[in-house]
Ligand binder design. Structure first.
Ligand code: DQQ
Length: 577
């Protein structure tokens, strides 16, 4: 009897000691559990709240060694609602996240019907973060409010206090009261005054309205719009920042103005549900922005991402001197599916963003921090892909992977002719789908593919000879991504001018159960897709590299990694050592 009692005591003591040591014992059910048999579409290394609805990234910033991400969140349901709050999570590396309590919730007459999107600005010298956000007030008008941290010495800035003078901006004349929202990060002019832009609408005209302030509390509207576009409807989530023109990948602090930079204005057009950006000149004296090329509403407009990606926001991080971009990726299944899943909405893997050396477009690349999740590695080199080749990349978890491939191209003169003027790449991608043979291409990856290929998401290129050189068409084709019918399977695409001497073209895809984020030509074209396979789930997912063009292409090098799960969970339940 004594022996049995001693044994039981030993087991109990070891259990208590072990669980006390390894935080793991407490964490398992609170950490983002990733995809499971019941939840095959839950991601494993993309940012998601534990449950319910998430949309826009808000107020991202880096403050005293900690990254903050706030986000539009409905804590009550997996659908958008009429009491939206600011969710709040913090991280030391932008990949593993600690969820905190909501930072900003409806409370006063100036935000009682929701706390919508906004941005953070860190006041230099005082090193004090300020948040400007949109409140839906008691009359359902949109107003801008200010919130500051309660305690600057709290490492995670858990509590935010709303300013007594809220609202600090109300809809000015010439702006609809229910279309005045999403204040940008502020920048400081040479006169020391702060400036922000707020998205707006008047009739069919979309606008970004400029405000100025000396103290961040009293804001004066500029009567002339900072930017306006006709027949577009509302401009949401404007983001305005400088980029270096010398091809440097470094980011630029938001207030910097000198001849070494050019400016970027990003507008999220609600009607299009896409994020468009404009390169141009900031005429600081006149208080407006003059885009090099105006918005046309056609596929020639520049976009951050040609797939599912909206309401993005960037911030400058001084520790690594880079500009980091977050974007919201919505679901492509039905609201009913979201309710069943209990969640909806992802954020992309944060991307570093800079101006291409051509000066004509931005380049985006997943932050280097994501590489810490790379596990098992497979490498393929010098593999000739003849017409009809379909080579499996085996040995990694194809449902949770990072793949980089460099294709060596045949002689470009052999390419078919295409006049890209007036061509809609998205339409072309759905006509020239992956399985249809061309001359140079289609070649690329089949991600989240079932063994029999009945399901696959094809991310691929085709190269064409154009009137003034060569172009590449990059597509992400969801049409065969799932046997399920109740999904948005729009095929996405974009056309890019390429150097006539181009010998290789690169593709990287981050695959995470229901998302495929792809970066073509070293990040000059990005396409994000949401897919919900019914067969190609977990261990039944496969990855192939293929070529259905009549000309052979060579896989000069392919590296693929299984990706580990990121640690994303509630405070107190994760160990960060
Ligand atoms: N989402 C917010 C608005 C913003 C829109 C509401 C963009 O502030 O205009 O959740 O997705």
């Amino acid at each position: 009897m004594k022996i049995i009692a001693a044994l039981l005591l030993f087991v109990l003591v070891s259990f208590l000691l072990n669980s006390g040591n390894g935080i793991q014992a407490f964490t398992t059910h609170s950490i983002n559990s990733g995809a499971t048999a019941k939840q095959p579409y839950r991601t494993s290394y993309h940012f998601q709240p534990q449950e319910n609805w998430m949309n826009d990234p808000n107020g991202p910033m880096y403050y005293k060694g900690v990254y903050h991400l706030f986000y539009q969140h409905n804590p009550e349901a997996a659908t958008f609602g009429d009491r939206i709050v600011w969710g709040h999570s913090v991280s030391y590396d932008l990949i593993n996240w600690i969820h905190l309590n909501n930072a900003i919730e409806p409370s006063g007459p100036y935000d009682i019907n929701s706390c919508w999107s906004g941005s953070a600005t860190i006041i230099p010298g005082k090193e004090e973060p300020m948040i400007l956000y949109t409140g839906i007030d008691d009359k359902k008008h949109q107003v801008q409010n200010l919130a500051v941290p309660r305690n600057l010495s709290d490492t995670f800035l858990r509590e935010w206090v709303k300013h007594s003078q809220n609202p600090v901006m109300t809809p000015p004349s010439g702006v609809e009261v229910d279309n005045f929202r999403d204040p940008s990060t502020a920048w400081q002019g040479k006169d020391g005054k702060w400036r922000v832009v707020v998205g707006a609408q008047n009739g069919d005209e979309g606008k970004a309205i400029l405000y100025q302030s000396e103290d961040f509390v009293s804001w004066k509207v500029d009567p002339n719009p900072f930017y306006a576009s006709q027949n577009t409807g509302v401009c949401e989530c404007p983001d305005f920042f400088p980029v270096y023109i010398n091809g440097s990948t470094n980011g630029v602090e938001t207030s910097l103005q000198n001849p070494s930079v050019k400016h970027v204005l990003k507008i999220s057009y609600l009607r299009k549900q896409h994020d468009y950006y404009f390169l141009g000149n900031y005429a600081s004296d006149q208080g407006n922005f003059i885009p090099d090329v105006r918005f046309t509403g056609t596929s020639s407009d520049l976009r951050y991402d040609y797939g599912k990606f909206y309401a993005s926001k960037s911030f400058f991080e001084n520790a690594k001197n880079r500009r980091i971009l977050w974007g919201w990726v919505n679901e492509s299944d039905s609201t009913q599916d979201d309710i069943q899943k209990g969640w909806a909405g992802l954020q992309t893997i944060p991307r570093q963003v800079w101006l291409d050396k051509s000066g004509k477009r931005l380049v985006q690349w997943p932050l280097e921090e994501v590489e810490q999740l790379r596990g098992k590695h497979i490498r393929i080199t010098r593999e000739n892909l003849e017409h009809g080749s379909n080579l499996e990349v085996s040995g990694i978890t194809a449902s949770q992977a990072d793949v980089e491939v460099l294709f060596e191209l045949p002689e470009l003169e052999k390419a078919e002719f295409l006049d890209p003027n007036g061509v809609d790449p998205q339409l072309l991608c759905s006509q020239e789908y992956a399985a249809r043979s061309g001359t140079i291409g289609p070649f690329g990856l089949l991600a989240l593919a079932s063994k029999d290929l009945k399901e696959h998401t094809a991310v691929f290129f085709r190269i064409y000879r154009a009137p003034n050189g060569y172009v590449s068409l990059m597509c992400s084709d969801q049409s065969r991504s799932s046997l399920r019918h109740d999904l948005d399977k729009t095929t996405y695409g974009s056309i890019l001018d390429i150097d006539p001497n181009l010998k290789t073209i690169s593709l990287r895809s981050l695959i995470d159960h229901s998302i495929v984020e792809s970066f073509g030509d070293e990040g000059r074209v990005c396409i994000t897709s949401r897919v919900y396979p019914s067969l190609a789930i977990d261990k039944d997912a496969h990855l192939y590299v293929f070529n259905y063009g009549s000309q052979s292409v060579v896989v000069s090098e392919l590296n693929a990694w299984s990706m580990k799960q990121a640690e994303i969970g509630y405070e107190g339940n994760i160990s960060y050592t």
